[in-house]
Design a protein around this ligand. Structure first.
Ligand SMILES: [Zn+2]
Ligand SMILES: [Zn+2]
Ligand SMILES: [Zn+2]
Ligand SMILES: [Zn+2]
Ligand SMILES: [Zn+2]
Length: 248
């Protein structure tokens, strides 16, 4: 930071008392010497590198007796200034102390286009319009899919729609698989019912055969168990139907 504030930037011409004789600008961070002369702090420090006498009265300067004038600094800060971007069209005026605040949002401030390789200076107010036409424009997909969008693929890129379509297609496929499985199951069930019917028919025809046999031989078969029973005195009774499996 060197020198004071340019006189031209003030809305009203500042009082002569507020002008630093070294830089001929309005005092920035004013300091008073022992001799009561006031200068910008930076101006007098630079001056003292070459000379040790006050630029106004030639009295020798004692650096330890230099006083920073905070109150004066504050009242200078309250003076109205014009925006430094007046040439670009900004008509705003504000207290000097608010300059940083204004510049950080001034629509007429020059800005470097943020897209790599562009390098163009654009007024803040035109940044959006430039963004839409800048051929170096690139941006990660705002939906978070990770694709870096460039001018050429931006219009076609719609990862949300693609995802939705994939999801719908996947669901359709799943439903088709489920329906197919259901059909197979039904076929299997009817086949099983058919087999069951056939088996029952077979069983019934066997029963008819049994009855015919039983009608000829009696209802029970008596087996002589004397070979297996040590006592040889007991007979085992076997019902010929007890070992038959019934299918239901
Ligand atoms: Zn100065
Ligand atoms: Zn002096
Ligand atoms: Zn401005
Ligand atoms: Zn650009
Ligand atoms: Zn995306």
């Amino acid at each position: 930071m060197t020198g004071g504030y340019e006189v031209e930037q003030f809305v009203e011409t500042p009082d002569e008392d507020l002008i630093c004789v070294i830089c001929r600008a309005v005092l920035r961070c004013p300091v008073r010497l022992k001799c009561n002369h006031v200068f910008c702090k930076e101006c007098i420090l630079q001056w003292m590198k070459r000379q040790v006498k006050c630029p106004c009265c030639r009295q020798s300067i004692d650096q330890n007796q230099m006083l920073v004038l905070f109150k004066l600094s504050k009242s200078i800060g309250r003076l109205s200034i014009k925006c430094r971007n007046a040439q670009q069209g900004c008509r705003a005026t504000f207290p000097l102390s608010n300059e940083y605040l204004h510049i950080s949002s001034c629509p007429y401030e020059w800005q470097l286009c943020p897209h790599e390789g562009c390098g163009q200076q654009v007024l803040r107010k035109d940044a959006q319009a430039h963004d839409q036409s800048c051929c170096h424009w690139r941006q990660p997909c705002p939906m978070g899919c990770g694709t870096v969008l460039v001018r050429e693929n931006q219009a076609q890129h719609n990862c949300y729609r693609d995802l939705q379509q994939r999801y719908v297609a996947e669901r359709r496929k799943q439903r088709a698989i489920a329906a197919n499985l259901r059909r197979k199951m039904q076929r299997m069930q009817s086949r099983m019912a058919q087999i069951r019917r056939q088996i029952n028919l077979m069983c019934e025809s066997l029963e008819v055969g049994d009855l015919e046999v039983e009608a000829g031989e009696g209802t029970s078969v008596w087996t002589d168990a004397s070979d297996s029973s040590p006592s040889g005195s007991r007979h085992r009774h076997t019902d010929s139907r007890s070992s038959r499996v019934r299918f239901i």
